[in-house]
Design a protein around this ligand. Structure first.
Ligand SMILES: Nc1ncnc2c1ncn2[C@@H]1O[C@H](COP(=O)(O)OP(=O)(O)O)[C@@H](O)[C@H]1O
Ligand SMILES: [Mg+2]
Length: 328
């Protein structure tokens, strides 16, 4: 018998999701063996032992990220692509989403409030002073959201209703790179899983209540079919354009148009206690299907250099655009 395809889960503090996924993979699928990745130092000339790794934590541990890039270069399929995950930010992801025909809030990226460490005034000779704040406010309008271009978990996110509130928040942003974004005053809000760039789960979500109630303190009417179809289309278009195999996409719906708010969540929350029973069962089952499919797929010819892998992502964007054009 051929040896089993190895699936490794690289996890951090989370418990319920990986602890459901590993036994599910081992019990439900033949020909695969799933477990937690374990490693110490990594030697450049070595060989990774996994066909697929699901990465849930490298955004917090640079050593893990480097290991994953190394594994990806050596033939492991890593979910999500560690090169792209290292490269993108919320500002450029907005531009990419718009190209994939998804509505997004107007956004502007801003110069840092404080100079990053080890820089001097000369480092900023490219910047015009004073900053044309009037131009920014005219373009974005109020209310607006100020947020870091690489944030997560609501870190540093502030709603600002006027110039005074903007400057109070911006002055606190330190060396973070901040984005100002038009606030979408919404009638409905959704948070959606996109898995394998083919499966979407549309979930009502209430960002205004405490974390553990966000998926439950929502209207209990069914989601109208037309809305569901549009959201599904947008979720998959975003995940394909960004090359993310696992993501969550948040939407605020204004005047019947869903605007994508937050879609750079490559290790999206999948905790049983926050997403609830039905969503949890779905995400465990569909993630497992995707991992097994990747593990059993023919190994692709891998480019020799990291930039070539990034290039592969850009190719995907082009492909997604072509799909769009073909469809329209
Ligand atoms: N442009 C916006 N319009 C309306 N609400 C927003 C906007 N940006 C952020 N929010 C609100 O702030 C929350 C946190 O912002 P988000 O961009 O999701 O940051 P994070 O990645 O830290 O979760 C969102 O869930 C949403 O409720
Ligand atoms: Mg968010």
């Amino acid at each position: 018998m051929a040896s089993a395809h190895q699936i490794g889960i690289l996890r951090g503090v989370e418990t319920t999701f990986p602890e459901a996924l590993v036994p599910h993979l081992n019990e439900e699928y033949d020909g695969v063996a799933a477990g937690y990745v374990s490693l110490d130092s990594v030697q450049a000339e070595g060989t990774p032992e996994y066909d697929v790794i699901l990465d849930r934590i490298s955004h917090e541990v640079p050593f893990y990220r480097s290991y994953l890039k190394w594994a990806a270069l050596k033939g492991t399929y890593v979910v999500n692509n560690p090169f792209w995950w290292s490269a993108d930010d919320k500002f450029i992801d907005n531009v990419i989403a718009e190209r994939a025909d998804v509505a997004v809030p107007r956004s502007a990226i801003l110069p840092h409030k404080e100079h990053p460490p080890n820089t001097s005034d000369e480092t900023f000779r490219n910047l015009d002073y004073p900053i044309n704040w009037d131009g920014v406010f005219e373009y974005i309008g109020f209310p607006a959201f100020l947020k870091p271009y690489d944030g997560g978990g609501w870190r540093g996110v502030t709603k600002v209703d006027n110039r005074g509130e903007f400057f109070a928040a911006y002055d606190q942003s330190g060396v973070d790179c901040m984005m100002l974004q038009e606030a979408i005053e919404y009638d409905e809000y959704y948070r959606c899983y996109g898995i394998g760039r083919t499966h979407a789960r549309i979930m009502r979500y209430n960002p205004a209540v405490p974390m553990h109630e966000r998926y439950s303190a929502v209207p209990d009417e069914p989601i109208p079919e037309e809305r569901r179809e549009k959201l599904t289309r947008d979720v998959l278009a975003i995940c394909r354009a960004l090359g993310y195999d696992m993501n969550t996409v948040e939407f605020a719906v204004r005047d019947d148009t869903p605007y994508a708010i937050d879609f750079m969540n490559p290790a999206p929350d999948a905790d049983y206690h926050s997403v609830g029973h039905a969503n949890f069962e779905w995400v465990v089952r569909v993630t497992a299907e995707m991992l097994v499919e990747k593990a059993k797929a023919e190994q692709q010819e891998l480019p020799e250099h990291a930039p070539a892998l990034l290039g592969a992502n850009y190719k995907r964007i082009e492909a997604a655009e072509e799909e769009q054009n073909d469809a329209s």
